[in-house]
Design a protein. Sequence first.
Length: 147
Amino acid sequence: MSSRQEQRQQNSPQGSCLAEGAVKPQAKPGVPSSCPAQKEANTGKEDQTLMEQVLERQRMQAALKRVRENKGAPGIDGMTVDELPEYLKKHWLAIKEQLLAGTYKPKPVRQVEIPKATGGVRLLGIPTVVDRLIQQALLDAITREGF
């Protein structure tokens, strides 16, 4: 085991959802979870999983607005933020279904070399705009709902 993994385990409480082997918690409808990431916030949305809250229409629209405002370079698929709304009109239902089922797989991250002032380069990872949209909505749900 690497020292980085050992540090993570030391910082994770025993029985935590972050323990090795429990890296990918998935909620199943009607099955209570002991993982805080899967528990519902006390916001009147007790019957919704975290992912259902992430995918609420209003939250996704706000995430789309934020991703478009941030602009950013296209990911590995070459899609720009301006092309995203049209793409979502055609593919959103399938993406949403995959996210709810826990089968969505993010695309590989495009790596770009950025020159350093001291010489050399550093790598910058650029996710696809669809993955940035999902990340933005997830961030919003976690920070606003208090997960």
